[in-house]
Design a protein around this ligand. Structure first.
Ligand code: BGC
Length: 773
């Protein structure tokens, strides 16, 4: 059988087939103690001095490099797609694939036993250990989607989730996890928004950086991807995203920069698309200038699967490892790279640098010191890991709207009707290479469509309905919602109706619009007409529109909530858990409000066409910044999220400190139940200082408070949040003057504003802040 994914790729098919009391900065500091496995005091073999774990990873890499032949060095730069399937596609019919790759996994790079260099066993992805489509997928724990974890606004939760999936990766025999997805949400229809961290560079950078750090605490390398501007799936292999250096550094690149400082990933995965005319995987500006020179990244750049397009060009412009052969047109970094080095097109120094970077990643994350021991999956504690996933889901669920008295579900309700989305048996997950299969398989076999990549559409066997039944004495019934009349009739009779709305998204396609597909908007409207006490629970990849919003009583955004998602939803609906998720992305009232109302590109374009997409339209003004700039009113703003309790924010004081300022304020739980609030501080220059948007998120904190409890917190603002990037001098500059500092509960709900005067500051492009204060 030939891989579905591989065929889809060849055909160019893009159409379809807890409580935290630490600021993001302080949290980063508190967990900044990787690697987790302290090197055991063992004898260092005389002939392998690089095994001395007390040495700096760069020193160790140099020691081993001295012993390696050119062929061995270059072997580390070439990776295979790893499946147990027979390759039958013409150009690679006679290619010999190594056998040691793990079944149906993303990739494999052979090691060098004579020197003790371990194999690299690579697995997707950001929500857990994925399996390529296979009749026998591994059952593993899935976290909620990336955008859901961003909705927790809780770096501790992101770290714990990363540590959990990294542990499952390690015990599954993998030492490289292709996680760390964080392309900023510029296109609400992007099929992979669910894998990323939302629209704000600070929030996305902090959350993803912590997930990476958690993964790597298991001696498993994490990537950070897709570098960069892989903002949509349509024409992802060709699309050329145009963006200025300044706007880039203040938006998507800033998110990566922050995540890199916090997570210190061993590897960065370059993207499929082009940026300013050049493929991301042979883009001198992105790879050599920004990543390696400006930020001082010492690890290696691996290509996305099929994103390598040349040998000499790619090697010289910064790609260190071609991944996932045979997704590319040619094995560019196999024999051809050796010839390029022999002929001087790629210098020997660069060949050394490529190998050194791979080795640096392996040494720095501990792949030599605590090698994977093969399949130890019987040791995975699924119960414990399920709880970690559930905590993430519970903190990520956003209560968007609530009519007092409707949620949490009243204990006096005698009948609850549940409609749609297979909520009787499970919860939805996102499709594509990141697909994690649940232990026990999907409870909805009929939904195993589309048959090819990015399917099958997979549900996790965690039933919201069973979770609700376990927590109520009401009679709970389920209807699939296909028959509108029957749904309306049943809704009339029920005390409360909960309609589950879903939007399945996946890698390789974008959704055509922001409506719920397959007539679900009509279903919700019909049910809401029949019963005012209608609660809508959404499972979506990202923002959707809600034509029925005015007519329903409550709306809950549950994202793709992971393998314990049904339990998490039930706990939130019944009030066992007080919702505390806040939107990591603006929900527009209509797609016309977004920078590109018409989706760029065309799925029908052939693989050699070069469509262009202008990211200078929004530039660094993404999401709420765009809405502010254009004076638009969204459906729900960035940062929005309700609770079953009430909070009071106040006593804001801002004081200049160091290169930026500190903000102190008080948060009080003024309601009757314990809850977590997400206090947000935004900043804006009083005078025009060349900002691309009126205001920016400066810092945030999730605070857990008992009823009546109040806490005063002081947060330090990363100086880049008040700076603009100056391409000419390659530095960040803070303009002297007054700044408005706004304490808020969302990007549009400002509670208190004070001013602070900042002195002019200039600091180098690569100055590290996320871990430094
Ligand atoms: C995806 C990557 C993934 C890789 C390996 C690609 O199609 O874009 O995110 O890590 O495949 O499966």
């Amino acid at each position: 059988m030939t891989s579905y994914r591989f065929l889809a790729h060849l055909a160019g098919t893009t159409a379809l087939i807890g409580a935290l009391a630490l600021s993001p900065v302080a949290f980063a500091q508190a967990t900044n103690n990787a690697p987790a496995v302290a090197a055991a005091k063992t004898e260092v073999p005389k002939d392998r001095p690089w095994m001395d774990a007390s040495l700096d990873p760069s020193v160790r890499a140099d020691l081993i490099l001295k012993e390696m032949t050119l062929a061995e060095k270059l072997q580390l730069t070439f990776g295979y797609f790893s499946t147990n399937q027979t390759w039958q596609v013409t150009p690679i019919k006679n290619y010999v694939f190594p056998k040691e790759g793990l079944p149906d996994s993303a990739g494999f790079v052979p090691g060098i036993p004579r020197l003790g260099i371990p194999n690299q066993w690579q697995t997707d992805a950001g929500v857990g250990v994925a399996t390529q489509r296979s009749p026998n997928p591994r059952g593993r724990t899935a976290l909620p989607s990336g955008v859901a974890t961003a909705a927790t606004w809780n770096p501790a939760v992101a770290y714990a989730g990363g540590a959990m999936i990294g542990n499952e990766a390690f015990l599954s025999g993998f030492n490289v996890q292709l996680a760390g997805g964080m392309n900023l949400l510029r296109e609400a229809r992007n099929g992979r928004n669910f894998e990323y961290g939302g629209e704000d560079p600070l929030l996305a950078g902090v959350i993803t950086g912590n997930e990476i750090k958690g993964i790597q605490s298991n001696n498993v390398i994490s990537t950070m991807k897709h570098f960069a501007f892989n903002g949509q799936e349509t024409n992802r292999n060709q699309m050329d995203h145009q963006i200025s250096d300044k706007a880039a550094r203040e938006s998507d690149l800033l998110a990566f920069q922050i995540a890199n400082e916090i997570g210190q990933p061993g590897s960065v995965m370059c993207a499929y698309n082009r940026v300013n005319g050049f493929y991301a995987c042979e883009n001198n500006w992105l790879l050599n200038d920004v990543l390696k020179t400006d930020w001082g990244f010492k690890g290696y750049v691996m290509s996305d699967w099929g994103a390598t397009h040349s040998t000499t060009q790619a090697a010289n412009q910064g790609l260190d490892q071609q991944s996932g052969w045979a997704f590319d047109r040619s094995p560019y970094f196999d024999g051809a790279l050796r010839e390029a080095v022999n002929n001087g097109y790629v210098s020997e120094a660069r060949a050394n640098d490529m190998a050194r970077r791979v080795l640096w990643g392996m040494f720095s994350v501990g792949l030599f010191d605590n090698p994977v021991k093969g399949d130890q999956s019987s040791r995975i504690d699924f119960v414990k890991n399920g709880k970690i996933s559930q905590t993430d889901a519970e903190e990520s669920i956003v209560l968007l709207k609530n009519t007092p008295g409707l949620l949490p579900l009243s204990r006096t309700a005698r009948s609850i009707l549940i409609v749609g989305s297979h909520a009787d048996v499970g919860v939805l997950s996102g499709g594509g290479s990141s697909q994690v299969y649940p232990v026990g398989g999907s409870p909805v076999p009929d939904e195993f469509a589309p048959n090819g990549f990015p399917g099958p559409k997979t549900y996790y066997p965690s039933s919201p309905m069973k979770g609700i039944q376990a927590r109520t004495s009401a009679t709970v019934t389920y209807l699939d919602g296909k028959d509108l009349k029957a749904a309306a009739a049943a809704a009339k009779k029920a005390d409360v109706v909960i309609v589950f709305g879903e939007q399945w998204t996946g890698e390789s396609f974008d959704v055509p619009d922001l409506n719920l597909p397959n007539g679900q908007d009509a279903l919700i409207s019909t049910v809401a007409k029949a019963n005012k006490k209608t609660v809508v629970v959404l499972q979506t990849g990202g923002p959707v529109v809600m034509p029925w919003l005015k007519n329903v009583g409550a709306v809950v955004e549950a994202w793709y909530p992971g393998t314990s998602g049904g339990e998490a939803i039930a706990r939130v609906l019944t009030g066992e858990v007080n919702p505390s998720g806040h939107l990591p992305a603006t929900f527009p009232a209509s797609i016309d409000q977004t920078p590109r109302p018409k989706l760029e590109g065309d799925p029908k374009l052939d693989a050699d066409s070069h469509p262009v997409s202008d990211y200078n339209i929004d530039g660094a003004a993404i999401g709420y910044k765009w809405f502010d700039k254009k004076g638009l009113k969204p459906l729900f703003p960035f940062g929005h999220g309700l609770s079953y309790t009430t909070f009071q924010l106040g006593s804001l004081v801002a004081e200049a400190k160091g290169q930026s300022f500190i903000a102190s304020f008080n948060v009080k739980n003024t309601g009757a139940v314990e809850g977590k609030d997400v206090a947000q501080v935004y900043v804006s220059p009083v005078e025009d200082s060349g900002w691309e948007a009126p205001k920016r998120l400066a810092t945030f904190l999730k605070v857990d408070l008992k009823p009546g409890e109040s806490r005063t917190v002081t947060l330090t603002v990363d100086p880049r949040m008040v700076a603009t990037y100056d391409p000419a001098s390659k530095s960040w500059k803070v303009a002297e003057g007054y700044y408005k500092v706004m304490l808020a509960t969302s990007a549009t709900d400002i509670v208190q504003t004070v001013q602070v005067r900042l002195d002019a500051q200039t600091f180098g492009v690569g100055t590290h802040f996320a871990n430094a204060q």
